[in-house]
Design a protein around this ligand. Structure first.
Ligand code: GN1
Ligand code: MG
Length: 357
């Protein structure tokens, strides 16, 4: 059934629907997003979202984390643009309507969200924005924060989930995915490395979904403006944020590209991304974290390959698909990207050293 914005939503925020033009946003796998543009200049524009509560089973945790982040930032960085939901007429960040969780967010005009990067400058600017969020939240007490999705980036658990999915998968799906399954097992050393390094990493408050489309850039100059999609603002390790940037900034094609020959790594984007991130986080990361810069990419790309593959083997129940083998293709795309990262490891490590000096 086609989802539309319910009448009560407008009432919760004192808005008249006649003043707005509503369209659906194309990107984002999990939540339903609507762009609500004011028809005249006096009307502000908005983003309306319905949260997927099968994925975010505790939306209260999202609201709590965002409030904690917002309070800290208002006090310490009052000029920072933090895209928190607008409180409704009852002062709540979510409006519950017929059991669904809805929210209203400001729409930032004159910006774009890209699915792939076309210039290294964009990599610098977007990475700087995610670095800035982490820097501005550095020093905040992580204790009040909750995991909005428990064990979200726990690679050991993602591997267990994959093993579980494999053990009960349909024979035909397993056969179709035999190459991907072999790759999943071949790269298992990444899980081992994660297990051995994670105890030495500080807990920080991180974004946890730093894909390129979650950074808003100025439409004309590509200057970074802010980051969006704060559902997974929660405690974790810096490798989550930096790694997901590598996953989505380095290739000229996104995770949906099925022609694997197109999946290659652009070194100049790696360099620009890292410079942008380190311009904010360079003096905050500790020496152990700095040794794990390239590992962050391996960790996140491998985890996403496993997640797409597990979902394929489970019958594609998590990520929406456009055709039956879509999640398998996405998984193969991510394994190819991972292979490319290993192939270019030496030159990328040289760039890391240059950027750190
Ligand atoms: C999902 O819904 P979206 O596009 O913001 C996923 C991320 C994945 C991403 C892959 C809650 O994010 O973890 O990296 O797809 N979010 C959740 O494109 O699972
Ligand atoms: Mg997201």
């Amino acid at each position: 059934m086609e989802i539309s914005i319910p009448q009560q939503l407008w009432e919760y925020y004192g808005l008249n629907p006649a003043n707005y033009q509503v369209s659906r946003a194309a990107s984002g796998h999990i939540n339903q997003t609507f762009i609500v543009l004011g028809k005249s200049l006096e009307q502000l524009s908005w983003v309306v979202q319905r949260i997927n509560t099968q994925v975010f089973i505790n939306p209260g945790a999202i609201a709590q984390n965002i409030k904690l982040g917002d309070n800290h930032l208002k006090k310490h960085q009052p000029d920072y643009l933090f895209i928190a939901p607008i409180p409704n007429r009852n002062g709540e960040l979510f409006s519950i309507i017929d059991g669904h969780y809805w929210r209203l967010l400001p729409y930032i005009t004159n910006t774009i969200a890209l699915d792939v990067l076309q210039q290294p400058l964009q990599a610098y600017e977007a990475a700087k924005q995610f670095g800035k969020l982490s820097r501005n939240l550095d020093g905040i007490n992580p204790e009040g924060f909750q995991a909005t999705i428990p064990r979200f980036h726990d690679l050991e658990w993602r591997k267990e989930q994959f093993d579980q999915a494999l053990s009960i998968a349909d024979e035909e799906l397993k056969m179709n995915a035999s190459v991907a399954i072999e790759l999943a097992n071949q790269f298992n050393s990444i899980v081992k490395e994660f297990s051995s390094v994670k105890h030495n990493l500080p807990i920080r408050i991180l974004h946890h979904d730093t894909k390129i489309s979650n950074a808003l850039l100025d439409k004309q100059t590509f200057e970074g403006k802010c980051v969006i999609d704060l559902d997974t603002l929660m405690p974790g390790y810096f490798i989550s944020d930096l790694g997901d940037m590598m996953r989505t900034y380095l290739c000229a094609y996104d995770e949906n590209e099925a022609d694997l020959a197109k999946i290659t790594i652009r070194e100049e984007y790696f360099s620009a991304m890292l410079k942008g991130y380190l311009s904010e986080m360079g003096h905050i990361l500790n020496s152990t974290e700095k040794t794990l810069i390239l590992f962050s990419g391996k960790y996140m790309i491998y985890m996403q390959a496993l997640r797409f593959l597990s979902d394929y083997l489970e019958g594609s129940i998590y990520y929406p698909i456009a055709y039956p083998k879509h999640n398998l293709d996405r998984s193969m795309n991510q394994f190819r990207l991972l292979g490319q990262l290993y192939e270019k490891e030496k030159i990328l490590e040289e760039i890391v050293s240059e950027c750190l000096n």
